[in-house]
Design a protein around this ligand. Structure first.
Ligand code: ZN
Length: 240
């Protein structure tokens, strides 16, 4: 029986939904993020707002929500040239991957998360990776996650479980999952409240746009991250 978890929490829609699921499932939950000099401090600010709002609006979850960790990963800037760390425009490369792609980034994240989970005595590592809305990131695939779970468990001699609640669902189902989790949180009208919290306070847009407000939240509305989020919200609101 697993009772403790560490959630990779970036402050976006996906990782916030993963955090809500962890809080509904595990007794003690901690969060971690990585500061690799993202061009948009917006993301790091969003995650602190989301944590604060979760604590205020969901008291049953607040009792389970423990320490938040921010690990410095400035070294990523030395091994990558991407629009996340440099002032270059977001675009798709000939490889079919967006130029935000940092090779193996998620492998590094998981390895550091496992080292932290080991030290904090946390059993489950939760991450919002997804193959359904596949953006081409090979370090987010289900097989990669299973291989990492095995490698980390063997390499640290500790049985870790990597939990990927969003792996096989699309963005519309992710909105529905958030609503369901909120509904069973013990907070009155918790479903609507969690969806509103995600719309207002999470951040997904690649361009860091906090100027344009849509039904589905803040963002430029045109980058692939905004398109996924907006399309999912639309399909969730108007299925069929
Ligand atoms: Zn955008």
């Amino acid at each position: 029986m697993h009772t403790t978890a560490l959630v990779l929490f970036s402050g976006g829609q996906d990782s916030t939904t993963c955090l809500a699921q962890a809080l509904s499932r595990y007794q003690r939950v901690e969060t971690v993020a990585f500061d690799y000099r993202q061009r948009h401090a917006v993301e790091l600010e969003a995650r602190l707002r989301v944590l604060q709002q979760l604590r205020e609006q969901f008291p049953a979850w607040a009792t389970r929500l423990g320490e938040d960790h921010l690990l410095d990963l400035a070294v990523l800037g030395q091994v990558s040239e991407t629009s996340l760390t440099r002032e270059t425009a977001f675009k798709m490369e000939n490889s079919g991957l967006p130029n935000t792609f940092v090779p193996g980034r998620n492998l590094l994240f998981l390895t550091l998360a496992a080292a932290l989970a080991y030290r904090r005595d946390l059993q489950v590592i939760v991450t919002g990776v997804c193959e359904t809305d596949f953006s081409g990131y090979p370090d987010c695939r289900d097989d990669t996650m299973k291989a990492m779970q095995l490698a980390l468990s063997l390499g640290m001699d500790r049985r870790f479980l990597i939990d990927t609640p969003l792996m096989w669902i699309d963005k519309a189902a992710t909105w529905q999952l958030a609503h369901d989790l909120g509904e069973h949180s013990g907070t009155p009208h918790g479903g609507d409240k969690l969806v509103e919290l995600i719309v207002e306070h999470t951040h997904t847009c690649y361009l860091g746009d906090r100027v344009h407000r849509h039904d589905w939240g803040w963002g430029c509305g045109a980058c692939p991250a905004c398109e996924l989020r907006a399309g999912g919200f639309e399909r969730w609101q108007r299925p069929g």
